[in-house]
Design a binder for this molecule. Sequence first.
Ligand code: ARG
Length: 285
Amino acid sequence: MTVLDTRVRPFAAREPRTRHYVMCAPDHFAVEYSINPWMNPDVPVDTTLARQQWDDLRATYQRLGHRVDVIDPAPGQPDMVFAANGGLVVGDRAYGARFTYPERAAEAGVFATWLRTQGLIVTDPSHTNEGEGDFLALGSMILAGTGFRTSIAAHIEAAAALDRPVVSLELVDPRFYHLDTALAVLDDGNGDAASNVAYYPGAFSPHSRRALRDLFPEAIIATEADAAVLGLNAVSDGQHVVLPSQAHQLAEQLDQRGYLPVPIDLSEFLKSGGSVKCCTMERHR
Ligand code: ARG
């Protein structure tokens, strides 16, 4: 490739990489309590539709060539479908979850036990953290959210457990209570392309916005309207970005930057404050 070629191109060609995901079927999914502003137990969940939407998400990953393992849901744990919260897996190590609210506390042990059956070395946390809800792994570092759920002490503990530096980011808007509701990793930097993200600046404190500007000069800046349908709760393989179908402008921005948006409707899970990423734990390299 000549120097001229790279100059006229607005972005490098996006390369997908095969991923390994973990999901949990929505057998017991419901909105029975309220631990975030999205959850209203008076609004009924269509459980048949939820099952179809979840099946569709799993089938989408498989169609894109990714591996999806499924963990058995535990009765009495209606939020366990949000598998991202069950821990953070990097290589052969995992940092277990310790949930903020008693309603979800029992999930932690179920996830940790399952991760051990997969041959992973699991660190049981002494500090509150909700797995990949607040920890987003890049090849070179882990982005870690705090403010509503995960504690700063857990950021430090995760860095030691996984032997990877952590950058703490402060969340300030209760609608975006987990980092994965405010920021999506588009490229983890493990291939040829630089790491890149999309995020909604209004979800972060001013100093965290500055950190994000410095770390990701090429980031896609999402609108409030797209963030407010959890458009950033997306999963990327470096090229395909599976995202909530209601996030129209974000899909357009991704397309303009050479990504392939794959919209999917997860309306029933939005009633619990979750979408694509929340339903997906990734086993990172
Ligand atoms: N109802 C769940 C909770 O509030 C939703 C979790 C969403 N998960 C996520 N990774 N953002 O805990």
